[in-house]
Design a binder for this molecule. Sequence first.
Ligand code: C5P
Length: 239
Amino acid sequence: MTAAPEFAIAFDVPTLEAALALDQRLGRGPEYAKVGLELFTACGPEAVRALKARGRRVFLDLKLHDIPNTVRGAAASAAGLGAELLTVHATGGVAMVEAAVQGIRAAGGTTRVVAVTLLTSLDPSAMPPGFTRPFDLHAVAAALTAEAEGAGALGVVCSAADLRGVRDKLGRPFFAVTPGIRPAGADAHDQKRVATVESAVRDGASLMVLGRAVTAAGDPAQALAAAREERDRALAARA
Ligand code: C5P
């Protein structure tokens, strides 16, 4: 992708108060607030409204996976909230991804759909029944990427560690949201496939998700500033 890669901060907190406190500590910036299952289940649409009222762009990470009719309605509701990005599971099928896009359009929204191809927590050697073995993760992720794009999605969620492999199979760049970003040598927590900002930028990430690397830091604003600097250095090296 030619556009400069951006950041989304994972607001993985249990209350609205904690979300607003994190927003305050981060300070103003162009980064997305990623509202995921924890915060949305606790506070619902209010979390989106409150963060938008603070000037944040919202990335609604609900990873929808249901029948097309249900996903169409949920996507329309997300569009009504003014989320800029919404996640669905590509494995829900082309009709389901299309339904999400149609629901947003019918609601008059501008939300873009991003599809999770295969959860980065899934181990290729232990895939659910029905998946072929040996399992070619990059080939399957590339096929799901092409399908999701064809259904109207902006792009996919993908481990930064898989970016190059998927791009090689697809044969072209694609819009990639990459979670599991960590400073070099930092704690991976429960993530199996982590990458630095530097390597994610080098390999073509479009939107990097910063979770605990920033939100659990003693000084989140300082950790974010360091990530921005690392991105700018990597971009300069890529140019
Ligand atoms: O704290 P950490 O950086 O591990 O947070 C990663 C964030 O990205 C979490 O909000 C998680 O839900 C999200 N995510 C992920 N892997 C995916 C899709 C989303 O870790 N495949």
